[in-house]
Design a protein around this ligand. Structure first.
Ligand SMILES: [Zn+2]
Ligand SMILES: [Zn+2]
Length: 336
């Protein structure tokens, strides 16, 4: 069958292509009609500076199952599903020891000829998580919400923690309600003065907000104030963010540096103040049932987080607004 898929190539080129998919899904796979797919910072990085030539893209997907391949017994045609970008294998030692979150041997749909910004795609059946009671644009938030969930889980809050979130992007915003329900007595979201709508959304989600023009660590009132600091800002924010931690504090970082990823910090201060530095990397993408439930209950208010919707034919415009108008965009979703 023929379908349409968006392709990108750095720097900043986009193309809609006609792509041939098999008429029947291979064993263990499903054919999905894409209903919605969110634009992610990873897509922007790939379009700005990514290597490797033309590639299909889009990985925050909600769709409808059109056909199931041989051997797929747990899903059926017509079901609405959110897609995990990668799953776990279920067979390796890590999986058998109960650490499926650490398994990197599972099936995924990266590198396929039609990804999330397309009309149809083929995916491994184990990546599909059924949902009901949500619109597809909101269901497409499950993937980034799972990333936020992983970050909050990795941080490991205690009741009474004072928490700072640095960088008010969609992941940080989605983390705010989760932090407030995980024991935080206060969440302070720190952003740039130009991050208008994003900080406004952070406030609506229950955070105190601070617009800081310089570096947060230069503000004396923020020094050693937080038990937990979550950094979703560029890697060079980490050393300064460590100084915001109170004695025994934990810094959790998520991100892939596009510049020089090397940083330095005072290891003696780190040692004597008993600080911790943790990495969150939500691959495999787990926790979908939990975040779909948070979306359904409105604890994660999906409609408030989606600022723009575009049709697939306007993928270039969807990408451009995400890159150029950070003040007014929260989540941009392409809907079919
Ligand atoms: Zn993403
Ligand atoms: Zn495994």
């Amino acid at each position: 069958m023929q379908t349409t898929a968006a392709y990108l190539q750095a720097p900043w080129q986009f193309e809609l292509r006609s792509v041939e998919l098999p008429d029947a899904p291979p064993p263990g796979e499903i054919l999905v009609r894409v209903d919605a797919c969110g634009v992610c910072g990873t897509d922007l990085s790939a379009a700005i500076s990514g290597a490797g030539g033309w590639q299909a893209f889009g990985h925050e997907v909600a769709g409808t199952i059109l056909k199931v391949g041989h051997g797929v017994a747990h899903l059926k045609e017509g079901q609405s599903v959110a897609l995990e970008t990668s799953s776990f294998c279920g067979h390796c030692d890590l999986c058998r020891d109960g650490r499926v979150d650490l398994c990197n041997k599972g099936p995924n749909f990266w590198g396929r000829p039609a990804m999330g910004f397309s009309r149809h795609m083929l995916v491994p059946a184990c990546c599909a998580v059924p949902y009901e009671g949500l619109t597809p644009d909101v269901a497409s938030l499950a993937e980034p919400a799972g990333v936020a969930f992983d970050m909050v889980k990795t941080a490991g809050l205690r009741l009474g923690d004072r928490v700072a979130v640095i960088g008010p992007g969609p992941i940080a915003l989605m983390a705010i309600p989760m932090l407030l329900r995980s024991g935080a007595v206060e969440v302070t979201c720190i952003g740039r003065p130009h991050s208008g709508r994003r900080l406004e959304t952070a406030r609506e989600l229950g955070a105190e907000v601070m617009a800081v023009a310089g570096r947060p660590e230069e503000l004396p009132e923020l020094q050693k104030r937080f038990d937990q600091v979550l950094v979703t800002a560029p890697v060079e924010s980490i050393p300064g963010a460590l100084s915001l931690l109170a004695y025994g504090g934990v810094l959790t970082y998520i991100g892939i540096g596009t510049g020089d990823p090397k940083i330095t910090f005072d290891a003696n201060d780190f040692h004597f103040r008993k600080l911790q530095l943790r990495a969150s990397f939500a691959s495999p993408a787990v926790y979908f049932p939990a975040v779909l439930d948070l979306l359904k209950r409105g604890i994660l208010p999906g409609p408030k987080l989606i600022s723009h919707r575009f049709p697939l034919g306007e993928i270039a415009a969807a990408m451009t607004v995400s890159r150029d108008d950070k003040a007014n965009t929260v989540k941009v979703v392409v809907v079919n």
